[in-house]
Design a protein around this ligand. Structure first.
Ligand SMILES: Cc1cc2nc3c(=O)[nH]c(=O)nc-3n(C[C@H](O)[C@H](O)[C@H](O)COP(=O)(O)OP(=O)(O)OC[C@H]3O[C@@H](n4cnc5c(N)ncnc54)[C@H](O)[C@@H]3O)c2cc1C
Length: 509
């Protein structure tokens, strides 16, 4: 069996679907091939614990994508016409403080400044300065960088590059002094799971903190899958199609050009104009004859980076944190000290877990979206080594680590008592990797490329070095997270190469 369309996109994660939707909007006939029996990849929502409890199996926060014109300008009408709705949570995040009130970040600069000033007036001023500098000029440079477009050569671009080259830790230690404030900013700066001691992470404190202050813990109504569902509706409305259970094994070439793909069960799909690979870049060189030098280099230089570990709970009641002397629920809460995070990252790099004071995200989307479950669909997220003590994670290793995380969190959270926990499902790097061909090494953010002393979170060019073949997904620029950037970047590259350019369907940057 074979089939021909203008464009084939491999992978129905939110990036593949974003790319497909832009290309369909531009008038191309697009077919998306997805290995699994459902769309969304790491933006899926599933009944993981009990019937009627809909959990985000991976991502929950759609904060990063709020700055993408896909959402900020609603370029494809996902918000206006295709049913996507975002809830801005308030608080944005709470940072429990054993026995005392939590430090609270709101989706509002002045209210967050007041909270921080209770600990340190000078840190409150530093926060306002950091956010203002970002809003004034760095944000625009960041948007160009994320889009893979050259930013204008001005003072802001120089300032951005200077900041980017530093490490998040260095920037935080220079600006903030109070341990509670440092803890909160360090925790936030790690939200995209990149080591804060690594040079190249210097913009993360400003970009992530500002994102939370502008958009809260942005939660899609109905679950993370609301985004891929809206993209699919747009695609189908524009004549496109998603084919499920179509795992691509081979990219097909005719001479110099990539012309189609073959699935593991032997079906062939051909593309008149372009093939977009949203599958894992580490695998691409092995999936085609005569791969380009770029694809071979990508294969050699890819590493999983920091892998993740998740625990999903079905809880009777919402967990609560101490805020202003009362115990209140919150969509997102963060635990762990900067020193704890540094030892945890170092241990993960050695293949060990460290529980001194680990970085721990606790998410309860049901606080703002109660339709998802009859109680609280709650999640822990932290990092873990890809292999623990030299072997793959077994179910009992994972349960043991989950127990230790619960013990660590209990002094700070009400609602983790055994009688409130109805069910629990634990996901280790090993099980996450088994669920999706995109989660190689259990890394949730596409991993990273080690290139001449630099670590790149995503491969820089959306062009694969083979005519007709383009790259999207979390292994392409600017890497993992629900940002939609790799999807939009790939669509721009395809449209530029086809002639009419992307301007009709997307703004710059
Ligand atoms: C536990 C966890 C929690 C996370 N939390 C957050 C969060 O709160 N906020 C945030 O911004 N990010 C979060 N992330 C990261 C984020 O979910 C991902 O970076 C993002 O969803 C990647 O999207 P994508 O479209 O690039 O790839 P994916 O969502 O991984 O989609 C790729 C798709 O391609 C398919 N595919 C792969 N190979 C083939 C093939 N050969 N043939 C056909 N199909 C193929 C896969 O089946 C998959 O459906 C989290 C990740 C994990 C694992």
């Amino acid at each position: 069996m074979s089939r021909t369309s203008d464009v084939i996109v491999v992978g129905a994660g939110h990036n593949g679907l974003t790319c497909a939707a832009y290309l369909a909007e531009a008038g191309l006939e697009v077919v998306v091939l997805e290995a699994r029996s459902f769309i969304g990849g790491n933006t899926a929502t599933e009944e993981l614990t009990l019937p009627g409890w809909r959990h985000d199996s991976c991502s929950s926060a759609h904060v990063v994508i709020q700055s993408n014109p896909l959402i900020s300008r609603d370029e494809l009408g996902l918000l206006e016409r295709y049913g996507l709705e975002y809830i801005v949570s308030d608080p944005a995040v709470v940072f429990p403080n054993a026995g005392e009130d939590s430090l609270v970040f709101h989706p509002d600069l002045e209210r967050t400044r007041e909270r921080v000033a209770r600990y340190s007036p000078s840190d409150a001023t530093a926060l306002v300065e950091m956010v203002s500098e970002w809003e004034e000029g760095l944000r625009t440079v960041h948007a160009y960088v994320q889009s893979g477009l050259p930013a204008s050569d001005d003072e802001w671009a120089r300032r951005y590059e200077e900041l980017r080259r530093r490490s998040a830790r260095e920037v935080i230690e220079e600006k903030f002094t109070h341990p509670v404030v440092r803890r909160a900013i360090t925790w936030l700066a790690f939200a995209t799971i990149q080591s804060p001691i690594r040079p190249g992470t210097g913009v993360l404190p400003a970009s992530i903190v500002t994102g939370r202050i502008r958009f809260g813990w942005t939660t899609p109504r109905g679950g993370s899958e609301a985004l891929p569902r809206a993209l699919e509706r747009h695609l189908v409305d524009h004549g496109g199609e998603v084919v499920l259970d179509a795992s691509v094994a081979q990219y097909l070439r005719e001479g110099d050009r990539c012309v189609g793909v073959r699935t593991v069960d032997g079906r062939e799909f051909f593309a008149r104009r372009a093939v977009v690979a949203g599958s894992h870049l580490r695998r691409l060189a092995d999936q085609m004859d005569e791969p380009s030098a770029d694809l071979l280099r990508a294969k050699e230089t890819w590493r999983p980076g920091l892998s993740v570990f998740a625990v999903h709970f079905a809880l009777r009641e919402h967990p609560t944190y101490r805020v202003d002397g009362e115990w209140r629920p919150a969509v997102a809460a963060g635990l762990g000290s900067p020193e704890g995070l540094h030892t945890q990252v170092a241990a993960a790099e050695r293949g060990e877990v460290d529980l001194t004071s680990p970085w721990l995200l606790m998410v309860d989307s049901t606080v703002v979206d109660p339709s998802r479950a009859p109680g609280a669909a709650y999640k822990f997220l932290t990092i873990a080594p890809e292999r623990v003590d030299g072997h793959e994670w077994t179910a009992s290793d994972a349960e043991h680590y989950a127990d230790q995380l619960v013990e660590f969190a209990r002094p700070h959270v009400r609602g983790l008592e055994e009688e409130n926990i109805l069910a629990r499902v634990v996901e280790s790097p090993t099980s996450l990797a088994a669920h999706s061909p995109a989660n190689l090494g259990g890394s949730c953010h596409g991993g990273e490329f080690h290139d001449e002393g630099q670590i790149l979170p995503g491969w820089l060019s959306p062009r694969a070095g083979v005519a007709g073949l383009y790259l999207t997904g979390s292994t392409s620029h600017p890497g993992g997270s629900v940002s939609g950037r790799p999807g939009r970047n790939a669509a721009r590259a395809v449209l530029e190469d086809l002639g009419p350019g992307g301007r009709e369907v997307m703004a710059r940057p």
